[in-house]
Write a protein of this length. Structure first.
Length: 548
């Protein structure tokens, strides 16, 4: 009998000591999701009655000590209980006029393998009896309502770094409309980032980890400059020109510093193949996880800037000319020196807002023209056989005045999805914008819109508007694939932004990551740039004349 009892004791002790331990990343990933959910759903927390940031900092040491999922789950259960009872209310009715867009919404993680059944039930109960916000979503939505400006935190402290990460990750989790089209699941991005945040040896390393996380949004609105660290733009030197990547080569398209470019014999069409021994392809991949872009064409556009800046003033550059490669050591200078001609009064001739081309064809530079200029533009170009609206730039909110001129009747050109604040994480469809009006004197000629990877956000939205005219042809190449309002957020050490509103065609077609699809695709070539041609505009003029 004693032997049997001893055997049972041994077996029980083996079960206890063999209980699987959980990793820090597993615990923090789950904690992040619970903390964010309670932040937006729990009546006491979402109602602002507790200092939720401080509570996280207080709980992190206990969470770190938890060895098993049972210990970990109990900490979270007790934490919820400490907030006080959640009042059970009648089932929350969704208004009849609310139509959900739920591709982003998923609370199935309530059944996480680390959670006890009791904890999962508590979370579900809170969802069903959630805080009911009295706020209405506004187009000028401020992400800082949901993430504080964490300027005062000491990011040499592990807990502060975790708090910052949790705040940002949950903002995107609940209030980013395009989470469903990211290349990888946002959960996985959190898991991958956590070890770099918890173990960051310096603030600079922490900021770099967050910068890499922002790239996972696959959103061209996202810009994340980092200030005052080794990855800052401050103290960097620049090539005296900029360009475009074609066939894994960098082709110069614009001179930014006249004297420096002249000293290096840099001209429009100059082809760069290597910088400090690295090929353009290698430099592209080196920056792959540091840049957020909705698609590859916009990534290649955004990657030009980091390729053409360097910590050193003396940089070895390999050029390709007439089939031969030549390497020269060049002098690169700080930003203001390399962009000197931008600050010299009268150095750059003002760009024309609009003009009349040969064959009675109008041309409008959408990046320059402003609403006050539209009456003069209409008067000058209303009798043309076609107008080319060059939107390979960023317009100045001229969509209404121009679309009123182009359209014979009122038409809707987009619908939106916006956060439904009474059910965080869920988006609702809302009526979009209309343009035009009953106008018998509308423009009767052909409308051509030029687009490329520089066409971002308002450019794409305006192109959607112009498409309603019925006689519109889009010529060029894939656009940036970023449509909706940009929300800016400042934190200690860096600034970031993201798209806060979903934009779709009235028939539900998506624009994010896809962009505006051209009717006629044409891209610049190295040869064309070297010959000083605008191949996209040339193709538009050919279409106007031939209809093909």
């Amino acid at each position: 009998m004693q032997k049997i009892i001893l055997l049972i004791i041994i077996l029980l002790s083996q079960v206890v000591f063999s209980a699987p331990k959980i990793t820090e990343t597993e615990k923090l990933t789950a904690t992040c999701k619970v903390w964010g959910f309670l932040k937006y759903y729990h009546p006491e927390v979402a109602g602002g009655k507790v200092n939720w940031d401080n509570q996280l900092l207080e709980k992190l040491p206990k969470i770190e000590k938890a060895q098993t999922k049972e210990e970990f789950s109990l900490i979270l259960e007790n934490w919820i209980d400490e907030l006080g009872p959640v009042q059970e209310i009648a089932p929350i009715a969704i208004p009849k006029d609310v139509k959900f867009f739920d591709k982003n919404f998923d609370l199935s993680w309530f059944n996480n393998k680390l959670f006890s059944k009791k904890l999962s039930k508590k979370l579900k109960f809170i969802e069903e009896n959630r805080f009911q916000s009295t706020e209405e979503f506004e187009y000028g939505f401020d992400g800082l309502k949901f993430v504080k400006n964490y300027f005062d935190l000491d990011y040499t402290n592990k807990g502060s770094r975790i708090l910052m990460l949790f705040g940002y990750w949950n903002l995107i989790e609940y209030y980013f409309p395009y989470k469903y089209v990211m290349d990888q699941k946002w959960d996985l991005s959190l898991e991958q980032t956590l070890p770099f945040v918890t173990n960051a040896p310096s603030e600079g390393d922490f900021y770099l980890a967050l910068k890499k996380l922002t790239s996972k949004l696959n959103d061209s609105h996202v810009e994340t400059p980092i200030y005052g660290t080794k990855v800052s733009w401050k103290g960097l030197n620049y090539f005296p020109a900029t360009g475009k990547i074609i066939d894994e080569k960098l082709v110069i398209t614009e001179i930014l510093g006249d004297s420096l470019a002249e000293a290096g014999n840099i001209k429009i069409g100059t082809v760069i193949t290597k910088i400090n021994g690295k090929t353009i392809k290698e430099l592209i991949e080196q920056n792959r996880d540091l840049i957020s872009a909705s698609n590859e064409v916009k990534f290649l556009d955004k990657v030009v800037n980091p390729i053409l800046r360097n910590e050193s003033e003396n940089v070895a550059v390999e050029f390709l000319k007439d089939g031969k490669y030549e390497t020269k050591t060049m002098f690169w200078s700080d930003y203001h020196d390399s962009h000197r001609n931008e600050f010299k009064k009268g150095a750059i001739k003002p760009k024309e807002k609009f003009k009349l081309l040969d064959s009675n064809i109008g041309y409008v530079n959408m990046g320059v023209i402003k609403p006050k200029n539209i009456p003069d533009m209409i008067d000058a170009l209303k009798s043309t056989k076609a107008i080319v609206f060059d939107m390979r730039n960023y317009p100045n909110d001229t969509w209404k005045e121009i679309s009123d001129f182009l359209n014979a009747e009122e038409k809707k050109f987009c619908d939106y999805t916006e956060p439904y604040l009474k059910y965080p994480g869920r988006y609702q469809w809302v009526e979009g914008r209309k343009c035009g009006f009953e106008n018998k004197d509308n423009y009767k000629g052909k409308v051509v819109v030029l687009l490329n990877e520089k066409s971002l956000s308002q450019s794409e939205w305006t192109a959607m508007c112009f498409q309603t005219a019925g006689n519109t042809t889009i010529i060029g190449s894939q656009t940036a694939g970023t449509d909706g309002n940009a929300i800016d957020i400042d934190f200690k050490g860096f600034h970031t932004r993201y798209t806060g509103l979903g934009v779709y065609y009235p028939d539900g077609r998506e624009t994010q990551r896809i962009g505006i699809i051209p009717d006629i695709e044409i891209k610049p070539t190295i040869k064309g740039i070297q010959e000083g041609k605008d191949e996209v505009l040339d193709r538009a003029l050919l279409f106007i004349e031939t209809g093909k």
